[in-house]
Design a protein around this ligand. Structure first.
Ligand SMILES: Cc1ncc(C[n+]2csc(CCOP(=O)(O)OP(=O)(O)O)c2C)c(N)n1
Ligand SMILES: [Mg+2]
Length: 645
């Protein structure tokens, strides 16, 4: 167990002064952590309010102090192996800030300078999806958390752990009006994000902080994972550690993930093995390479098609059983459908029509059976509706997908008789042919408008892949606005090669999340690449400076369609519906007159950038130059003017 180190002489002197001035606490000169009772209460460092006749407070002359609560908090963060803290500086956590950089040596955690709290959290979101664990975020009480809130919501909906620490001045008497500390203080700081965090606490003592800090980490990392929030009271940070305080940091033991009940898993395996056309639908399932490999093993044992909902990197895109491009055909033919962490299972087995009268249609054959395996059953909140449409299933197994698949494989293999294996082999051969046909159709489609300007999204995708495919690459951005071209044409097979989406659909995620993912990829020497939408970058572009300052290698290729194009399509749809023509749908949606110069923007933040690139022939050489920069360990951005989708 880590333990608070001894305090300095200066601090002990200070403590004596406080004790004398306050006149309420028993004096002690014993060194820290020696001969002390466990869990001694933390004293007030400030004197009690002066009353008439009191001598002037002795703290007025005391300007230096040794170890404080914030040093101990840094010890705790070190024990949790938090690699980075992403933050916009804020005086409510000035104690923690200074302890991280000086006492903690600015290593584990290292301070990453951010320019918006939404970027801090989204960086943590992207980082966690690569690294499988959270980094730390500091945010200024109230205003910092208000800025951070949408990114916390995205991470919550995406079931990603983010470790948020905010600061607050609970005690009204310790709020300095000169620094706006009244407006930055709050009775219940976590209230505004409680609906989309898994747990929060405002510890009242350092020992309480230690226990809650370890508890928070454990809760965040237990599936279903989610953000947590800890309030580091400003006084608790800045007060000296009480002489004799015997502070301990509890050891962190992460629970093994919940596994589906064995009899239910055996029954699910029986249903799948007996099925004529089993289908696997996979959502936020896969955390590790072993998770991908096991999903391949399960699919191959059954020769079952896999529909990847693209919420994570789950299944190799060029595996013959990957039938994501044929979802409707495959689901319509299924007699048993297994959903693995399929957070939107309903949408995988239904179609939905955005018309005046909204309607939906089930894709399923009558009598088709649905099995779901998900840890989401273990945790659902009420207010925000990210749990999607209720899906009627025939068997529901509460357990984590990745952790349950191994026993499902074992049972499935046991159930596969020679006859079932022969049926499966025939099915697999047909599916392999269908996969190849769908791939070739996508490749043909990609050739349309090859020489167009603005440049086609398929051409951008192909030009990029040509130059990274022999590298250890990771595509760290969302791809749904890019017609999913990389997913349709590239060979993804490693767990870090794709991260899924924003979770809550909040725009402003992509730029910071890709920087966070690239930060995680840096130590592995991976080449992080991103397709960067223009509208998304405009939310908080200064994260480019963060990438430049911290030498985070990331190639951002812009999908600059000069619009909030998705929204423009909605406005067009409304105009169509009202029979008014779509010619004015750009109002409120397009970024023209004047065009924005993203290369200049990036250069202004110290990032290597080229553009606007409008001629497709210029793209390949520009990508080559940008990759050379990224290989030097820096970010680079190419502003590519593209077709809308
Ligand atoms: C915080 C937030 N504000 C608004 C929206 C609505 N919205 C959804 S997509 C979109 C367009 C984003 O533009 P861009 O990132 O350039 O993508 P494009 O659709 O142009 O490819 C907007 C504004 C949202 N999802 N989140
Ligand atoms: Mg756009």
């Amino acid at each position: 167990m880590a333990r608070a180190k001894k305090g300095s002489v200066a601090r002990r002197d200070f403590l004596k002064g406080v004790v004398a001035g306050a006149g309420t606490l028993a004096a002690s000169s014993s060194p820290l952590a020696a001969n002390a009772a466990a869990a001694a209460p933390t004293p007030r460092a400030f004197p009690l309010p002066a009353v008439e006749g009191d001598p002037p407070p002795s703290t007025a002359e005391v300007l230096t102090v040794g170890r404080t609560g914030s040093d101990f908090m840094v010890d705790i963060f070190k024990s949790l192996n938090l690699e980075y803290v992403c933050a916009v500086a804020g005086s409510s956590f000035r104690g923690l800030h200074e302890s991280v950089i000086n006492y903690g040596g600015n290593k584990n955690p290292e301070f990453i300078t951010c320019c918006h709290e939404e970027s801090s959290v989204a960086m943590g979101h992207g980082y966690a999806k690569i690294e499988g664990k959270p980094l730390c975020i500091f945010a200024h009480g109230t205003v910092g958390l208000q800025h951070a809130s949408m990114a916390i919501y995205n991470a919550f909906c995406d079931r990603v752990p983010v470790y948020v620490v905010i600061a607050n001045n609970r005690d009204a008497l310790s709020r300095d009006p000169n620094y706006g500390e009244w407006a930055h203080s709050v009775q219940d700081a976590a209230a505004m994000v409680r609906d989309y965090t898994k747990w929060d606490d405002q510890p009242a003592s350092l020992q309480h902080f230690a226990e809650s800090a370890v508890r928070a980490y454990k809760i965040a990392m237990t599936p279903p994972m989610a953000p947590v929030l800890l309030v580091a009271d400003s006084e608790l940070q800045e007060n000296p550690i009480l002489e004799g305080a015997r502070l301990t940091i509890p050891k962190l033991t992460l629970p093994a993930p919940p596994v589906g009940e064995s009899a239910a898993v055996a029954e699910a395996a029986r249903m799948l093995a007996q099925a004529e056309n089993p289908v696997i639908v996979v959502g936020r399932n896969t955390r590790t390479q072993a998770g991908i490999d096991r999903l391949v093993e399960l699919a191959e044992a059954l020769q079952a098609p896999v529909i990847d909902m693209n919420d994570r990197m789950n299944f190799p895109t060029r595996h013959p059983l990957n039938q994501s491009a044929r979802r409707n055909a495959v689901v319509s033919n299924a007699d048993v459908v297994l959903g693995l962490e399929a957070s939107d299972f309903w949408s995988a087995v239904n179609t939905y029509h955005d018309q005046v009268h909204r309607s939906s249609r089930s894709l399923l054959m009558p009598g088709a059976k649905l099995i779901s395996i998900t840890a989401d059953e273990l945790y659902t909140k009420a207010n925000y509706q990210d749990f999607n449409r209720f899906t009627e299933v025939d068997m529901a197994i509460a357990g984590e997908g990745e952790a349950t698949v191994p026993s499902l494989i074992e049972e499935t293999k046991r159930q596969m008789t020679a006859e079932r294996k022969r049926v499966a082999q025939d099915r697999g051969a047909k599916l392999a042919a269908a996969h190849q046909k769908a791939f070739e159709a996508a490749r043909d489609e990609a050739a349309y408008g090859w020489n167009a300007s603005p440049i086609s999204t398929a051409r951008v995708s192909a030009e990029l892949y040509a130059q990274i495919k022999n590298e250890d690459w990771a595509m760290v951005s969302i791809l749904q606005h890019f017609s999913w071209w990389p997913i349709r044409l590239w060979a993804f097979d490693k767990h870090y090669q794709f991260l899924g989406r924003q979770g809550g659909g909040g725009v402003g995620y992509n730029a910071p999340a890709t920087v966070g993912a690239a930060l995680a990829n840096k130590k592995y020497g991976r080449l992080s690449v991103s397709i960067q939408d223009d509208g998304d970058l405009l939310f908080a572009p200064a994260v480019l400076w963060t990438a430049a300052h911290h030498r985070i290698p990331l190639l951002s290729v812009m999908h600059n369609n000069r619009a909030y194009h998705e929204e423009m399509m909605h406005v067009q749809r409304m105009a169509d519906r009202h029979n008014r023509g779509i010619d004015r749908a750009g109002i409120g949606c397009t970024f023209t007159d004047p065009n924005m110069d993203f290369a200049k923007l990036a250069q202004g933040f110290g990032v290597y950038a080229e553009g606007p690139i409008e001629n497709p022939a210029d793209l390949g050489p520009a990508i080559k130059r940008a990759i050379a920069v990224v290989k030097r360990g820096e970010p680079a951005l190419l502003d590519v003017v593209t077709q809308p989708r």
